[in-house]
Ligand binder design. Structure first.
Ligand code: AHR
Length: 492
């Protein structure tokens, strides 16, 4: 029996809903086919956006969407993607599969997508192959409300009114695909670019600097040292890969228990990464003004056999759901420092929440985890503690239970629990302080570690009500199925 202690009176930071953000790059079938099919498509769409995908994303209350990349961002010249579509430049997407990018999805389409999703846009500008002027004009084009060359161009392209775009990324992975820069060099370049990203009118920009990949603490140290005063947030990228090194990509669907536990063990490293990067940042920013944005995270496996290696299309099993549940609990617990996170990537790429095939669409197990966690958005993180035992393998151990809890503005408590065991059910007693346990309900996602949704059985895995809970005044007793993510909600 595992004991979990939750104190609803011990309120910590508010969980920024942007922790539940997503990322859509011009990569494979993420934007094209996955989200955008064009107005003339037979697939039901509104202004070119797939209605089924938009509806599904609205259901999990997607708070923010990062675009246009990724590595693509540092090759993207935004002026190629505005104006009449037939006149837009066709280019080669050199980074992702060498396919033709016809620029039919550009700035106006992205802003329309965010409108339909009712989410915040997060635009990642081009530093690697772009200019200061180009990024500065993009900000002016989107947000300047008055008479200026870019505002006029925007109006000529059909958008008289300025948009609001708060989140601007200055380059992506500039230590790698974004220019192979040294941190000292990037920090100076960042300062220069960030200077010309102007606040126009009411649009107050939140400047986001390119941060480190996984354990590259030197990057964080040097960029903070030189540029901390000029940024609002620093990013972190971490992909969970069970292979031996970057080039050893293992199958998304065929794995044994050893690889299953190795994957989850690696997912849990996110906790250490956030702690260590945050500690370095604190030395240059003791007041914690600069937030951490994990704007790329998730599993990265081998592409599905027979698919374009440059499209990064992988299936999604209950193992991915475990990675999502464990990671989102970590983000919640670091709500005082992590202000945004963006799963890579929304549709058909890496750890996608949605897969499409022509007109068909399915929700992956990872999607359902976001559904189970959605009541944490904007809620107050509260103290929770789980007594755990170690499971997994000798080399890749992990605790047999993960938890985070929050209290929403409606006074309801939400606890999200993950039982990562591949085969063992887990009896749990939740002890509550500061709240009566009697009005408790639960929902669950569970299955075998290799189970997945495909187009033959798109609803094999889904969230179900979980009624087998016993609620007394100060405690709740339940047994979690193996390989499960559960939401427990308690009304005051
Ligand atoms: O998400 C796929 C790629 O991973 C992104 O383009 C890049 O930023 C990262 O290396």
């Amino acid at each position: 029996m595992n004991h979990v202690f939750i104190n609803a009176n011990e309120k910590k930071s508010v969980i920024n809903p942007n922790i539940y953000g997503h990322f859509a790059e011009h990569l494979g079938r993420c934007i094209y086919n996955g989200i955008f099919v064009g107005e003339n498509s037979e697939i039901p769409n509104e202004k070119g956006m797939r209605k089924d995908v938009v509806e599904a994303l609205r259901h999990i209350k997607i708070p923010v969407l990062r675009w246009p990349g990724g590595c693509f961002a540092d090759e993207y010249h935004w002026k190629d993607g505005i104006g009449p579509k037939e006149k837009r430049k066709k280019m080669v997407n050199t980074h992702w599969g060498g396919v033709v990018e016809d620029n039919s999805f550009g700035t106006h389409e992205f802003m329309e997508l965010c409108r339909q999703l009712d989410c915040e846009p997060y635009i990642n500008g081009n530093v690697g192959s772009g200019t200061v002027q180009e990024m500065s004009e993009w900000v002016e084009y989107l947000t300047f409300d008055g008479t200026s060359p870019m505002a006029q161009l925007r109006a000529e392209n059909g958008q008289e009114q300025a948009w609001r775009v708060k989140y601007w990324g200055v380059g992506n992975e500039n230590w790698g695909c974004g220019g192979n820069m040294r941190p000292e060099y990037y920090a100076d370049v960042y300062r220069q670019f960030a200077t010309y990203i102007r606040n126009y009118g009411e649009n107050k920009i939140y400047r986001i600097a390119c941060g480190a990949p996984d354990f590259n603490y030197d990057w964080t140290e040097k960029v903070m040292q030189t540029a901390a005063h000029h940024m609002d947030a620093l990013t972190l990228h971490y992909y969970c890969m069970p292979g031996e090194g970057w080039h050893d990509k293992l199958s998304a669907t065929e794995f044994d228990e050893e690889i299953y536990y190795k994957t989850l063990h690696k997912a849990l490293l996110m906790d250490e990464l956030i702690t260590n990067h945050a500690n370095i940042m604190s030395r240059y920013d003791p007041a914690h003004r600069v937030g951490i944005i994990v704007d790329e995270w998730g599993t990265w496996f081998a592409v599905e056999p027979g698919t374009n290696p440059g499209f990064l299309f992988q299936q999604n099993t209950m193992r991915d759901a475990m990675v999502a549940g464990l990671t989102l609990n970590i983000f919640n617990r670091h709500a005082n420092r992590v202000v945004m996170a963006n799963l890579a990537q929304t549709v058909n790429v890496l750890q996608a929440v949605i897969l499409t095939e022509g007109e068909k669409m399915l929700l992956t197990p990872t999607y359902h985890v976001f559904d189970l966690f959605k009541h944490h958005h904007d809620a107050h993180l509260v103290h929770s503690y789980a007594q755990t035992q170690s499971i997994g393998t000798e080399k890749f151990p992990l605790p047999n239970l993960s938890v985070s809890a929050s209290v929403g503005t409606d006074g309801k408590l939400t606890a999200t629990l993950v039982n990562p065991s591949a085969d063992k059910a887990l009896p749990v007693t939740l002890f509550l302080t500061g709240m009566e346990a009697k009005n408790a309900s639960a929902r669950v996602l569970s299955g075998g570690m290799r189970d997945l949704n495909d187009f033959d059985a798109p609803q094999k895995l889904k969230v179900s009500p979980f009624d087998d809970i016993k609620a007394a005044s100060d405690k709740i007793t339940l047994t979690m199925p193996p390989c499960a993510v559960m939401e427990v909600r308690i009304s005051p």
